[in-house]
Design a protein around this ligand. Structure first.
Ligand SMILES: O=C(O)COP(=O)(O)O
Ligand SMILES: [Mg+2]
Length: 215
C-alpha cells in the first residue's frame, strides 16, 4: 500500500478565497444586495458551496436560493483561477513529499468538477492520485467516509496516511478515519479549530511534520 498525504484544497493548497469572494459579490450584486469583505467570505468557506450559499444569503436576510448556488458553481473565474494561486511554497512542498515517496491526494468539500478544473488550470492536476470532491461520494467532510473513500481511490490505507487541512471539518474527518491531521496556520479556519492537532506555521514545515507523524 502506498503512503499518502491527503490535502484539503481551499485554504490549504490554494488561496482561492479571492475568487470565491469576487464570485459571491457578483452573485449577490445581481440581486441588489450589499457586498461582503474578503474576511467575511473566508469565514464562510469550508462546508461546500451549498452551505456557503446559505450563509451569504442568510447574512443579507435572504432564504436559500438554488439559482445563487448554481451561479457560483458555474463561475468561470473560480474554475479558471483568475485570482487563485497556490500558497507560497506549496509547489516545493509537493515535490519534496513526492521525492520522499509520498503519493498525494485532495479531499475537498468544493464540488469535484470545479476542483479538477481549478487544479488543471494551475498546472497541478496531474500531481494527485485522487481528487475527492464534496459531491463525489454520498457524504462529505466532516464525515470520515469522504476521506476514507478519497484515500482508497489513491491506493492508500489509514495506517500509512496523513491529512493536512485548515478547518474543523478536516480535523474531524481525519479523527473519524483514524488518520493523524496537520492543521495549517495560513488557511481560513482559526487555530482553535486545530483541536490539538499539530500546527504547521508555513508550508515548509509540512515535510518534517509528516515524517514525525508517520516515521
Ligand atoms: O468549498 C468549500 O467550502 C471548502 O473547500 P475545502 O474543503 O477545500 O476547504
Ligand atoms: Mg479548507
Amino acid at each position: 500500500m502506498k503512503k499518502v498525504v491527503v490535502f484539503d484544497l481551499d485554504g490549504t493548497l490554494l488561496d482561492s478565497a479571492p475568487d470565491i469572494h469576487a464570485a459571491v459579490n457578483r452573485v449577490i450584486g445581481r440581486r441588489g444586495l450589499a457586498p461582503y469583505s474578503l474576511d467575511e467570505v473566508k469565514a464562510m468557506i469550508g462546508d461546500g458551496v451549498k452551505v456557503l450559499t446559505e450563509r451569504f444569503l442568510a447574512g443579507r436576510g435572504q432564504a436559500y436560493d438554488q439559482a445563487c448556488h448554481d451561479e457560483l458553481v458555474a463561475d468561470e473565474d473560480i474554475r479558471s483561477a483568475r485570482l487563485t494561486a497556490p500558497f507560497e511554497g506549496i509547489a516545493e512542498v509537493l515535490s519534496a513529499l513526492e521525492a520522499e515517496g509520498w503519493r498525494l491526494a485532495v479531499c475537498t468539500n468544493k464540488p469535484e468538477g470545479p476542483a479538477r478544473e481549478l487544479l488543471a488550470s494551475l498546472g497541478l492536476g496531474g500531481r494527485f492520485a485522487a481528487i475527492g470532491g464534496g459531491d463525489s461520494f454520498p457524504v462529505r467532510k466532516p464525515h470520515p467516509d469522504h476521506l476514507r473513500a478519497t484515500l482508497a481511490a489513491a491506493g492508500g490505507v489509514p495506517e500509512t496516511a496523513v491529512m493536512v487541512g485548515d478547518h474543523r471539518n478536516d480535523v474531524m474527518a481525519a479523527a473519524g478515519a483514524g488518520i493523524p491531521c496537520i492543521f495549517v496556520a495560513w488557511g481560513y479556519g482559526p487555530a482553535a479549530m486545530a483541536d490539538g492537532a499539530p500546527i504547521a506555521a508555513r508550508p515548509a514545515d509540512l515535510p518534517g511534520l509528516v515524517a514525525t507523524l508517520r516515521p
